[in-house]
Each structure stands twice: as structure tokens, then as C-alpha cells.
Design a protein around this ligand. Structure first.
Ligand code: GLA
Length: 360
């Protein structure tokens, strides 16, 4: 039995595919895979969330698009392992999750990485975790067709309990920084707005493309290499300037937030979170109405800062809240959703949790 957690990205959104910085942490909810090797060469997949009907494909005939749907995630990992020269045979994988899909909490990376750990263990492959993360991304990009960066897979595989992970996405390395909400008397609330997103929709890849266009036009390898927004003026196109400005300013905010965490000043991170949200809403334009409303209601009710987390266009918001104000913030956000006639949000404190592992 293997399990991989979801993640919340504290700050650093749409920076990973720009070779930039991000600061995710693993959460308590995740994906479990019960797995066994098979000697008939079949990959047999079942999911409790998808009706338990088994889907069987010979591992040797896995190819992008075959299978599709949810099964493409674990199958894509098997395919990526084989494409990288790792020898695997058949396996039965039975999947169960307490992590909602499409909530911006990285259910895809959790599924992919849980399957990857299981296959690597069953076939005694010595795959370092950073490499497994890269293979997971390859499966998501080339097999599933979701053009993600590397943040989620690294977070799922490398995070530590009680810590966030400062990721340098150019080198694909992470450094643990303390994130102890209890000691700080704070809660990090995850507000699932229940508006759903799909990374295979066009918005995510359009943002990626804009960032690549901006980097090429300025003559840098990636937007990570721009640290001063004044370097963006030659871009001319105001939309491209705004997209790139988000990435440049967000990288700075991530490094500032990591410095505050290292200094034990989680209580001062709030304004960076709120600034990140404004930038994602106004410059990068990946926010959605429920997220903007949740952020606004949380701040009015006493949150120190709040922002959307994940790729955007749906999913979750996080709010950094003094523990004494958690009940007020929760009630205020719920009341705002009720007033607007939206489905009730699901609001829970997040606990920085360990990375994926074998359970038994
Ligand atoms: C999704 C992707 C990540 C990252 C975020 C935005 O979660 O999977 O790679 O790009 O969006 O920060």
C-alpha cells in the first residue's frame, strides 16, 4: 500500500515552468494505491471514485491517449518509467482518494506519484525521488496531455512534515523551510470554492505560451532571469507585459516569504499572499469569481492574507488566519457564498504533512 499527499502551494504560482521559485507544502489528504505485480504483463487499474470497474491494458501497448480519462495518470507514469528504460511488468493498482479532483490541490500529481512509487517498489527500480517527479511530469505532459510544470510532483515526493519546500525549479531542487502554524497561533485554511478546473483546458497552456513568448522577446532563457520589471517595457504588448510582470514579482514574493519563514515570522507572510492573489487576478488573469470573493470575505473577517492556490480557473483559496479568527473567517466566507447563490465552500485547516511513502 502506497500513499501520496496532495499539496497546497503557499506562494509561487505559475513560476515553475518559468524556471522560478515556489513554496508548496504537502497536506493530509491524498491518494492511496494498493498494488501487486502481475505476471501476465497487464496493467489493471481500478478506482473507488470511478466506480470500481477494472480497466486492463498490456503495459507494452501503453501509448499517449490509450488509455484516456483518469486511468491515463497512473498509466502515464508506467509509460514514462518504461520510456526512460526502467523495466516494469504487469501490475494491479487499486486506487482510493480523500483528495477532491480539480480542487487545485494536486490530485493528479498525487495519483501519478503514488502509482510511480508503487511500480518502482514492486519492480525494485532504484529511481531517486527527483527523477520520479520528472517522470511523473513527463507522464502528465506527454501521455495525459496536461502541460504542467514540475512543482506538484516535487512537492508530493519531497515535502516534509511541519515544513514548506522552497523549490528552485531551474535546478529541480528543494529546501525545507519551517512552517509551523500551531506554534505561530495561526491556521492556514484551505477553502475549496468547488468551482472546478482542468489543466487540459486551454487557459493554462495559453499562459505558458505567453511566458515563453515574453522570455524569447526579451532575450532571456526563462522569465526567472528577469528580476526588475523595468526590463519588461520593451515587450510593448500590454497583455504580455502583465503576464510577465506577474512571474517576475511572484518570484520575489516567494523568496521574501521563505526568508520570513526561516526567521520564524509566519505572521508577516499575509501581505505577500494577498499581493500574490492580486497579481494572479489582475496581471496573470487566472483567478475566478468564487476565489476573488473568498479572498475578499476572508480578509474582511480578519485573515492576515489570502490567495488562490494552484493553476487557477477554479479550485481552492488559502487564507492565513489567527486561530482565534478561524470561526469568523469560515462563517464570513460561507455567508458570502450563500449570498451569491454558490455551492457551500468546503473549509478546513491544512497541516504541513509528510511526502509520499509506502504504508505497508
Ligand atoms: C498547476 C501545475 C503546476 C503549476 C501550477 C501553477 O498546479 O500542475 O505545475 O504550474 O499549476 O503554479
Amino acid at each position: 500500500m502506497w500513499r501520496a499527499p496532495g499539496r497546497v502551494n503557499l506562494i509561487g504560482e505559475h513560476t515553475d515552468y518559468n524556471d522560478g521559485f515556489a513554496l508548496p507544502f504537502a497536506i493530509g489528504a491524498g491518494v492511496c494505491v494498493a498494488a501487486a505485480a502481475r505476471d501476465d504483463g497487464l496493467l489493471v487499474l481500478t478506482s473507488r471514485q470511478q466506480g470500481e470497474q477494472a480497466l486492463a491494458v498490456p503495459v507494452l501497448s501503453l501509448a499517449p491517449g490509450q488509455p484516456g480519462g483518469w486511468a491515463a495518470y497512473p498509466a502515464g507514469m508506467a509509460w514514462a518509467l518504461m520510456s526512460a528504460g526502467h523495466r516494469i511488468g504487469g501490475a494491479s493498482l487499486a486506487i482510493d482518494a480523500d483528495l477532491p479532483a480539480g480542487a487545485g490541490l494536486s490530485s493528479s500529481a498525487a495519483l501519478v506519484c503514488a502509482a510511480g512509487l508503487a511500480l518502482a517498489d514492486l519492480y525494485q527500480l532504484a529511481v531517486p525521488r527527483a527523477e520520479l517527479a520528472a517522470l511523473g511530469r513527463r507522464g502528465e505532459n506527454d501521455f495525459v496531455g496536461a502541460p504542467t510544470g514540475l512543482m506538484d510532483q516535487l512537492a508530493v515526493l519531497l515535502c516534509r512534515a511541519g515544513h514548506a519546500l522552497l523549490l528552485d525549479c531551474r535546478t529541480a531542487t528543494g529546501t525545507a523551510v519551517p512552517l509551523d502554524t500551531v506554534a505561530a497561533g495561526l491556521d492556514l485554511l484551505v477553502i475549496d470554492t468547488r468551482a472546478r478546473h482542468e489543466l487540459t483546458d486551454g487557459g493554462y497552456s495559453a499562459r505558458r505560451q505567453a511566458c515563453e513568448d515574453a522570455a524569447r522577446a526579451i532575450g532571456v532563457r526563462a522569465l526567472r532571469d528577469v528580476t526588475d520589471v523595468s526590463a519588461l517595457s520593451p515587450l510593448g504588448d500590454p497583455v504580455l507585459v502583465r503576464r510577465a510582470r506577474h512571474v517576475v514579482t511572484e518570484n520575489r514574493r516567494v523568496l521574501d516569504a521563505a526568508d520570513l519563514l526561516r526567521a520564524g515570522q509566519l505572521d508577516r507572510v499575509g501581505p505577500l499572499l494577498s499581493a500574490s492573489h492580486s497579481s494572479l487576478r489582475d496581471d496573470f488573469e487566472v483567478s475566478w469569481p468564487e476565489a476573488d470573493a473568498a479572498v475578499e470575505a476572508a480578509l474582511e473577517a480578519g485573515a492576515l492574507g489570502a490567495r488562490m492556490t494552484g493553476g487557477g480557473f477554479g479550485g481552492s483559496v488559502i487564507a492565513l488566519v489567527p486561530a482565534a479568527a478561524t470561526a469568523d473567517v469560515t462563517a464570513a466566507v460561507a455567508a458570502m457564498f450563500a449570498r451569491r447563490g454558490w455551492r457551500s465552500p468546503v473549509i478546513e485547516p491544512a497541516v504541513p504533512s509528510p511526502a509520499a511513502s509506502r504504508l505497508s
